[in-house]
Design a binder for this molecule. Structure first.
Ligand SMILES: [Zn+2]
Length: 114
């Protein structure tokens, strides 16, 4: 059920973006699925299809999912780095103290339509 709240946020963001950009219909929503979000692609699709009818811009849209690799920002030197690749250690100063900036949720990268 974890995915449902993330998908609802995602749908709201996409809907708002379409409205702000004077789009009529959204066809594709490019979504980054955070490496550490715990979200499963299959469920994201499933929930999106269940709720999209309630929206007026994105009700016919299809999701295009890709993976967002998790990034952290070093609390010591401010360097931003890929967490998995660096095993959670800042490549610049060697600290292990960081805040996760990308990868904990699912985010709208881009919407396409007319
Ligand atoms: Zn650092």
């Amino acid at each position: 059920m974890h995915e449902l709240s993330m998908v609802m946020n995602l749908a709201n963001t996409a809907e708002r973006t379409a409205e702000q950009n004077d789009m009529k219909k959204v066809e594709l929503i490019h979504v980054g699925v955070g490496e550490m979000s715990g979200a499963v692609d299959e469920y994201i699709d499933k929930y999106f299809n269940q709720i999209k009818d309630k929206y007026s811009y994105i009700n016919n849209a299809t999701l295009v999912l890709s993976k967002d690799f998790a990034k952290g920002k070093c609390k010591n030197c401010g360097e931003e780095f890929l967490l998995t690749e660096n095993e959670g250690v800042c490549p610049k100063c060697g600290e292990r103290d960081f805040t996760i900036t990308i990868g904990k949720s699912i985010t709208v990268h881009k919407i396409e339509g007319e």
